[in-house]
Design a protein around this ligand. Structure first.
Ligand code: SAM
Length: 268
């Protein structure tokens, strides 16, 4: 699915040198069966030895598929054909490419730039709470919660995004946001640590595992919140969340999207 958040033509293939191991692993393995994607990735990597070296060393588990793709790439291609392959891959991977340019992510991604903090703060009383935001991105939810919370832990597996949030914390002298690494599948905290555990655009690949982790780290009586941003997508309610006891809150976004936010109070 293309969101057209970026003009791929304007991006260097070196953008991939800014990516984390988990992203390289997904690019090289999970999209391997994707139509023309493998062919184009093979060409782009074969003609960008620094990027293929970086991929192989940063994510050794991806080496076999990398080598296979590179071996299949035609030799002696004209620079124009190589660039076409690079642009194809950059466009196809735009949701990862934007993570390398957090400021651009804030400017180009509608779910962030159209966002209003009140949409989160009305879902629970954040006053003096200890909050975890899983997959914080540029901190859309974390910085909103920090307006009221005692402390917000912004957990984010992408290095560029962690550093972006740390820069903002320093620049704006924010004292109650702590940026940490972490994935939703294995949240690096003890059970029953947080009053509120929240995320946006993260839950959905494996509901049972993800919600079990979110439930584990929230205190008895605390809340799990799933709060996507403002975009123009026409959605249906998330039956998987509703089936698991979440309340849903519907509104139409500024750009006409059907937006559902979710909340569940956890009883242990
Ligand atoms: C679409 S962005 C949303 C960012 C932010 N939550 C928001 O709504 O503005 C998805 C974020 O989740 C992070 N992410 C991706 N897979 C993840 C996982 N398995 N666990 C935790 N975070 C993940 C990405 O690095 C990215 O920052």
């Amino acid at each position: 699915m293309s969101y057209n958040w970026i003009d791929a033509d304007k991006f260097s293939f070196n953008s991939f040198l800014l990516m984390d191991r988990w992203i390289i692993r997904m690019i090289c393995n999970e999209y391997a069966g994707w139509g023309d994607f493998c062919d184009n990735l093979g060409i782009a990597l074969a003609y960008n030895p620094s990027v293929s070296w970086y991929f192989a060393h940063k994510s050794p588990e991806s080496k076999p598929s990398l080598e296979q793709m590179i071996a299949a790439a035609p030799r002696n291609l004209a620079p124009h054909d190589v660039r076409m392959a690079e642009v194809f891959v950059i466009h196809a991977m735009e949701t990862f490419v934007v993570y390398a340019y957090p400021e651009m992510m804030n400017q180009n991604c509608d779910y962030i730039y159209d966002w209003d903090n009140r949409l989160l703060l009305e879902l629970a009383d954040f006053t003096d709470k200890i909050v975890l935001d899983v997959g914080s991105g540029t901190g859309r939810l974390a910085f909103a919660a920090a307006e009221k919370a005692k402390r917000v832990y912004a957990s984010e597996p992408t290095d560029m995004l962690r550093e972006y949030m740390r820069d903002r914390i320093k620049r704006e002298n924010i004292h109650n946001v702590v940026v940490v690494d972490g994935m939703i599948e294995q949240i690096p905290y003890e059970a029953n640590t947080f009053d509120i555990v929240m995320s946006g655009h993260v839950v959905g690949d494996n509901y049972d595992l993800e919600l079990a982790e979110l439930s584990r780290v929230v205190k008895n009586g605390g809340y799990i919140i799933d709060c996507i941003g403002e975009d123009n997508r026409k959605r249906k309610p998330d039956d998987e969340l509703i089936k698991r006891g979440f309340e849903s809150f519907y509104h139409v976004s500024k750009s006409g999207g059907d937006i559902y936010r979710y909340r569940k109070q956890v009883r242990k």
